[in-house]
Design a protein around this ligand. Structure first.
Ligand code: ADP
Ligand code: MG
Length: 581
C-alpha cells in the first residue's frame, strides 16, 4: 500500500484502521510481553509515546528527574524478575538515566532504558541537531546490551531482544535507542501485528551439571566449620522455600548480604549476622550463593577473613564470576533455583549437621552481641542518636513484616542494616554494589507501585538530597510511602568547621535546623518533625497506618556519626597535616 510507507507529517493523523505506526508498535510489543508499568520523564521525542501508553491502559509514572525514574526501574527489576522500564528524552535525559542503567547492570538487576534520540542522518554527520548525541555508542560500555531500532517493522524484534538480554543469564541493564522518526513511521497494521514477538521462556533455567553439584557436596561434607553466604542474587531468584530448606537441612550458620536479609528471618537460629567477624575468620568452607566475593566481602582475603585456610563453593549463574577474587574449589554454575534444588536432592535424607561445637560457638557469639546491642537501642537521648532512632524503626518493621524498607546514607545505612531485622524476602532495597547515594525515592516509588505494600524509606539527610524532589511524585500518585530523614545537619556528621575560619561552612555541613518535613507539606503530604525516639515511633506508626505520603524530619545528634560510616578506610586521607594556603 502506497500510503502505508509514507511517514505522517507534523500534526497529521490517520484514522485508517489498516495501518499502524512506531508509537503503537512499541506499546503493542511491550504489552504483548506483559510489560505494563513505565517509569518516565516526558519530553521530545517521547511525550506522545507516554500519553499513548497511558491511553492504552499502561501505568506511566512521570518523575522529576530521569535518574530517579531509572532507579525505580532498577528496583522494579529486582522485585519482579521482569525488566523495569525507564523512558527518557534524548541526550541529557538519556544521560541522566544512564547512571541508573549502569547501576542496574552492576547490581545484576534487569532493566531497559528506552530513550528517544535525534535524527540519525544529522547525528552521524555531526551537524548539530537538537540534543544531538550518538546515544547507542555512549550506552554500550555501561550496560549488558544496547540496540537501536530504525524501522517500524523491527520494533517487535528490538523489544524482544532487549527483554531477553535483560533477564537471561546474569540479569542486567539494556539500552534501547528509538530515534524520533521511528515513532511516526506507518506500516500496514497486519504486517505490524505479525512483526511483534512474544518472548517465550525469557530466562531459561540453567541446570548445573551433576559433577559440579557432587563436587560441591563433597567439599561441604569435609567442613568442620562451614558457612553459607546468601547474596541478593539469591533473593532475586525467587527460590525462597528451597533456599530456606537448604540452609535448614544443612544446619550451617548463614550470613545474608544486605539485600538478602529476610530470605530467612533475621531472627532465625542459624543467622550469623551478629557474629559476622567470627564466622568470616573461623570458617573453613564457605558456600556463597548469589553473591560476588567483591569489596563488600573484602575480596575473600585479608584480615576480615583471618588465617584459617578456606575452601569456597560458589553458586552463580555467571561462569566468569568463578575465581574472580579467590580460588573456587567447587563452582556450581546455573540458576539459583535449579542449583539449590540439585544441592538439596544430593544432600539426601541423612545429611550430617555441622559439629555442635561450631554451631554453639556461633550461637553464643550472636547472643552476646544481640544482647549488647539491645541495651543501646533502648536509649532515649534527645536529640536522638542513630541507635535510639533505629531501635524504634526496628520495631516498626517487626510489627509490619510486609512493609518494604528502603535505606541509604552513610551511618544511616550502616546502622540500619545491622539493627533492623527483616522477616521476609525482597523487603529491603538499599544502595547496592556501588554504595550509590540517590536510590531512595526512585526505589521507594517502585516498591510501592510494584508490590502495593507500605514503604518505609530511611534516609540520611545527604542521601535524601539526591532524589528529594520526587516527594512531589510520591504525593502526586498518593503512594503509601513514609520517608524518615535522619537529619544530623551534614554528611557523616554536622560538626566540621572551615579550617580557614572563613564564612563558608565546612564542606560536609548543611544548613542547621533544616526542616525537611516542610517540603512535603508544599505538595499536600504530611510533614512531621521529631526529636525523641518516642515522638519518632508515634509519627512513623501514624504514617504507616494511614498510608499517606509522609516525611518525618528526625533530628539526630549532629555529633553521632562517624566519617564515611563503616567504610572510612576506603577514603584516602592526607598525611600532610595542617596544610595552609
Ligand atoms: P550481594 O551484593 O548481595 O553480595 P551480588 O550482587 O554481589 O550480591 O551478587 C549477586 C550474584 O547473583 C551475581 O554474581 C549474579 O550473577 C548472581 N545471580 C543473579 N541472579 C541469579 C540467578 N537467578 N541465579 C543464579 N545467580 C544469579
Ligand atoms: Mg547526615
Amino acid at each position: 500500500m502506497a500510503e502505508s510507507t509514507t511517514p505522517l507529517r507534523d500534526g497529521e493523523t490517520t484514522e485508517t484502521e489498516d495501518v499502524t505506526d512506531g508509537f503503537n508498535l512499541v506499546i503493542d510489543a511491550l504489552k504483548l510481553n506483559e510489560i505494563n508499568t513505565i517509569y518516565n520523564v516526558p519530553g521530545i521525542p517521547v511525550t506522545d509515546l507516554g500519553r499513548m501508553m497511558q491511553a492504552s491502559g499502561m501505568r506511566i509514572l512521570s518523575f522529576r528527574h530521569e535518574q530517579n525514574a531509572g532507579y525505580a526501574a532498577a528496583a522494579s527489576g529486582f522485585l519482579t524478575k521482569k525488566p523495569g522500564i525507564c523512558l527518557t528524552v534524548s541526550a541529557p535525559g538519556f544521560l541522566n538515566g544512564l547512571t541508573a542503567l549502569a547501576h542496574a547492570t552492576t547490581n545484576c538487576f534487569p532493566m531497559i532504558l528506552i530513550s528517544g534520540s535525534s535524527e540519525r542522518e544529522i547525528v552521524d554527520l555531526q551537524q548539530g541537531d537538537y540534543e544531538e548525541m550518538d546515544q547507542l555508542a555512549v550506552a554500550k560500555p555501561l550496560c549488558k546490551a544496547a540496540y537501536r531500532v530504525l524501522n517500524a517493522e523491527d520494533v517487535g524484534i528490538g523489544i524482544a531482544r532487549a527483554i531477553r538480554a535483560a533477564v537471561s543469564g546474569r540479569p542486567g541493564g539494556v539500552y534501547l535507542d528509538l530515534p524520533g522518526k521511528l515513532f511516526t513511521q506507518v506500516i500496514d497494521a497486519d504486517e505490524g501485528a505479525k512483526s511483534l514477538v512474544k518472548v517465550i521462556d525469557a530466562a531459561p533455567s540453567q541446570i548445573p551439571s551433576n559433577e559440579s553439584v557432587d563436587r560441591a557436596l563433597d567439599v561441604l561434607r569435609t567442613a568442620a566449620r562451614p558457612l553459607i553466604i546468601l547474596g541478593k542474587g539469591a533473593a532475586y531468584a525467587q527460590a525462597d522455600e528451597d533456599i530456606r530448606d537448604l540452609v535448614e537441612k544443612s544446619g550451617i550458620p548463614y550470613l545474608p548480604m544486605s539485600m538478602a536479609k529476610g530470605l530467612l528471618p533475621d531472627t532465625h537460629s542459624q543467622s550469623a549476622s551478629a557474629a559476622r567477624s567470627l564466622v568470616l575468620k573461623k570458617s573453613d568452607v564457605v558456600m556463597v550463593v548469589g553473591a560476588r566475593i567483591n569489596w563488600l566481602l573484602s575480596h575473600g582475603k585479608g584480615s576480615t577473613w583471618g588465617d584459617h585456610p578456606k575452601k569456597f563453593i560458589q553458586v552463580d549463574i555467571e561462569p566468569k564470576e568463578m575465581d574472580s577474587n579467590v580460588e573456587i574449589a567447587a563452582p556450581v554454575v546455573g540458576d539459583i533455583g535449579s542449583c539449590v534444588k540439585s544441592l538439596l536432592d544430593g544432600m539426601g535424607e541423612d545429611w550430617p549437621m555441622p559439629s555442635s561445637e561450631w554451631r554453639d560457638e556461633v550461637r553464643s557469639k550472636v547472643e552476646i552481641n544481640v544482647a549488647r546491642m539491645a541495651s543501646r537501642l533502648e536509649n532515649n537521648s534527645d536529640p536522638m542518636d542513630f541507635h535510639g532512632a533505629l531501635g524504634v524503626l526496628r520495631t516498626v518493621i517487626k510489627e509490619r513484616p510486609d512493609a518494604i524498607l528502603i535505606n541509604e546514607g552513610a551511618n544511616t545505612l550502616d546502622f540500619a542494616r545491622t539493627i533492623i531485622d527483616m522477616y521476609k524476602p525482597r523487603k529491603r532495597i538499599d544502595v547496592g554494589t556501588w554504595g550509590v547515594m540517590g536510590i531512595g525515592m526512585g526505589s521507594a516509588i517502585a516498591a510501592a507501585v510494584e508490590t502495593g505494600q507500605p514503604v518505609l524509606a530511611i534516609e540520611g539527610d545527604s542521601a535524601f538530597g539526591f532524589s528529594g524532589m520526587e516527594i512531589e511524585t510520591i504525593c502526586r500518585y498518593d503512594l503509601p510511602i513514609c520517608v524518615v530523614v535522619f537529619n544530623n545537619s551534614g554528611i557523616y556528621r554536622g560538626m566540621d568547621t572551615n579550617p580557614t575560619g572563613g564564612a563558608d561552612v565546612a564542606t560536609t555541613v548543611f544548613v542547621k535546623n533544616s526542616r525537611y518535613d516542610k517540603m512535603i507539606e508544599a505538595f499536600g503530604g504530611v510533614g512531621m518533625s521529631v526529636k525523641s525516639p518516642e515522638e519518632l515511633s508515634h509519627a512513623v506508626n501514624e504514617a504507616m497506618d494511614s498510608g499517606k505520603p509522609t516525611l518525618i524530619n528526625a533530628v539526630i545528634d549532629s555529633s553521632a556519626g562517624t566519617e564515611s560510616g563503616r567504610i572510612g578506610n576506603l577514603n584516602p586521607k592526607s598525611a600532610v597535616v595542617g596544610r595552609k594556603k
